[in-house]
Ligand binder design. Sequence first.
Ligand code: RIB
Ligand code: CA
Length: 313
Amino acid sequence: MPVPRKIIIDTDPGQDDAVAILLALGSPEFDILGITAVAGNVPLKLTEKNARKICELAGRPDIKVYSGAIRPLIRELVTAEEVHGKTGLNGPELPEPTMKLEEQHAVDYLVETLMREEAGTVTLCPLGPLTNVALALIREPRIAPRIKEIVLMGGGFFEGGNVTPSAEFNIYVDPHAADVVFRSGVPIVMMPLDVTHKALTTTKRIDAFRQLGTRVGLATAQMLEFFERYDEGKYGTDGGPLHDPCVIAYLIKPELFQGRHCNVTVETASELTMGMTVVDWWGVTKRPKNAIVMRDIDHDGFFALLVERLGRL
Ligand code: RIB
Ligand code: CA
């Protein structure tokens, strides 16, 4: 077994974030240094609580959870209760967490950890707005060359947007933070809507979680049944896109995904296209290639991995 990969998950749970966290917790490939919560799907006081609820659901109250940015760098916070429910984790009845929230601010934790750990050994896994990551890069620019890579869920190009015609939620909520991250020079792997929209939580796939016959399996089925209903109504599909677990699945089995190294530039000026990720897929500009942009996924292999790993919890 190779040395486990050190990761920090930055997240705004959110049912799909929750499944991504469960996938990481069920996978021996990772040494999860910490989980940092950010405002996004629901306000920060709920995302940090939800992160702790998921750790306890997985029987991992030892995981360190930190609370981070309460709002985007410049814009007002936009949340998504219409998708995730009032609690952000609607679906299962999960008990209030008893594990503690770490005292240290998430941004301080990110800077301190990246300055302490051996350079090039820590991978950041942002699953929500990029506010915490951008603040850490601004607070201590020396962390940039020390980050192994950033594997993030966010953006969309050929698929358009999901919160405006041109912008995906994570980037739209904090486009200025996304701009900082995409200009940072840190190697980025991007899971945009172009790939996550090919990973649908069909009825059959949700039943596979329920058939695990475990607390985690049942809670996952209940979370996804709630989570998918908004997108099923919007797209008229059987199931909704399962966004955030693509980040963790890539780190376990990169061969599940196909993409291309491109330039990605974030719109931060036009109100019409605010937060749009402009992907130079055909290399028509001389802008530096700053991200591997994923467009295809072996979705059957993805869900098989999810069921197998969540079955270990
Ligand atoms: O657009 C999808 C993304 O926005 C996912 O990360 C979901 O959890 C929300 O944060
Ligand atoms: Ca998320």
